[in-house]
Design a protein around this ligand. Structure first.
Ligand code: ATP
Length: 315
């Protein structure tokens, strides 16, 4: 899989949560969650190359993100977990997913780093047996709750605290309009606010709500609006009041449904039907005066995000 010169690139799709149900806090400190995570074409690009001669360690270059990068932790964790001793690597990340926005950008890059490292090691993730894939999922979860869901991106059911993921058949055609926020929200603060507001469902309610969402999707339809719910939305809006106006903005631009992604503050609109992607793109044009500008995108799958030789233009 590695290019002749060892250079690979992978797209790292961000995600929106079509449903995010919050359960009780577990003994390990994580909240139980049940979510349907959809990977979208608003993606970072991650390029892998041999590190420059004389470099002893893996390097990650990611303009726009200060501090330790989750992709660097992913490379280190991959080496540690698999014992792979390939030569030092350099990862370059072009950020397009808004940072600290509820779209799982850091998790997306970490997941892409795992895909790239696995390919560089000659063990691409689509060829792993069940046990090795489960071990890689565990490495992913050690990096962050959203990383397993983005390892083989697509439409994914996420349960537990994020450690249990399984692929779902793609949802019927729709477009997505992402409205990034000029504000940032820390995930931990949104969960703390949700706790203050006692938003968590009990375990039975969590399971039943999730089952309804999955049943709708299994029936080949997008769940009705009353099931497209993010339990963190009111907590995020309490910490970042402009979220409410942004939800109204995307509805007035023609979205069939508007909701918060993850812990926010990013809001997205769903445009249902085969013409949904075009309607989302048209709505992006009408809202172009917003800062940051809205981004129209579509659902993507694991093939779209798979590592390929860096000389190949992604399809
Ligand atoms: P999630 O939806 O998974 O809770 P998020 O979208 O709210 O995440 P991220 O964009 O993943 O948030 O960033 C959270 C923090 O992680 C940032 O403040 C940033 O400093 C740090 N970080 C580390 N590596 C990255 C990366 N590759 N991309 C973005 N942020 C990163």
């Amino acid at each position: 899989m590695s290019g002749a010169d060892g250079r690979l690139l992978a797209r790292a799709p961000g995600k929106v949560n079509l449903s995010l149900l919050l359960g009780p806090r577990r003994a390990d400190g994580y909240h139980a969650l049940a979510s349907v995570v959809e990977a979208v074409s608003l993606a970072d690009e991650v390029r892998l190359a041999p590190a420059p001669a004389g470099t002893a360690e893996d390097q990650v270059v990611c303009p726009g993100v200060e501090g330790e990068n989750l992709a660097a932790r992913a490379l280190a964790a991959y080496r540690q977990a698999t014992g792979w001793r390939g030569p030092p690597l350099r990862l370059e990340i072009d950020k397009r997913i808004p940072v600290a926005a509820g779209m799982g950008g850091g998790s997306a890059d970490a997941a892409a780093a795992l895909r790239l490292a696995a390919s560089a090691a000659g063990r691409p993730i689509e060829r792993l047996d069940t046990a090795d894939r489960a071990a890689l999922d565990a490495v992913a979860f050690g990096l962050g709750a959203d990383v397993p869901a983005l390892l083989a991106p697509g439409l994914v059911a996420m349960e537990g605290a994020g450690e249990r993921v399984r692929p779902l058949a793609p949802a019927p055609a729709h477009g997505i309009l992402v409205l990034p926020s000029p504000h940032h929200l820390a995930t931990a603060e949104v969960f703390a606010e949700a706790d203050r507001r006692r938003l968590a469902r009990d375990a039975d309610e969590l399971e039943a709500g999730h089952a309804d969402v999955l049943a709708a999707l299994a029936g080949g339809v997008l769940p009705p609006p009353e099931l497209l719910v993010n339990d963190l939305q009111s907590a995020a809006a309490a910490l970042c009041p402009p979220i409410e106006a942004t939800l109204r903005t995307v509805l007035s631009a023609g979205a069939d449904h508007a909701m918060l992604s993850g812990s926010g503050p990013t809001v997205f609109g769903l445009f249902l039907g085969g013409d949904g992607p075009d309607r989302a793109a048209a709505a992006a044009t009408t809202l172009v005066r917003l800062e940051p500008a809205p981004v129209a995108c579509v659902p993507v799958d694991a093939g779209w995000a798979a590592p390929r030789p860096a000389t190949e233009t992604p399809a």
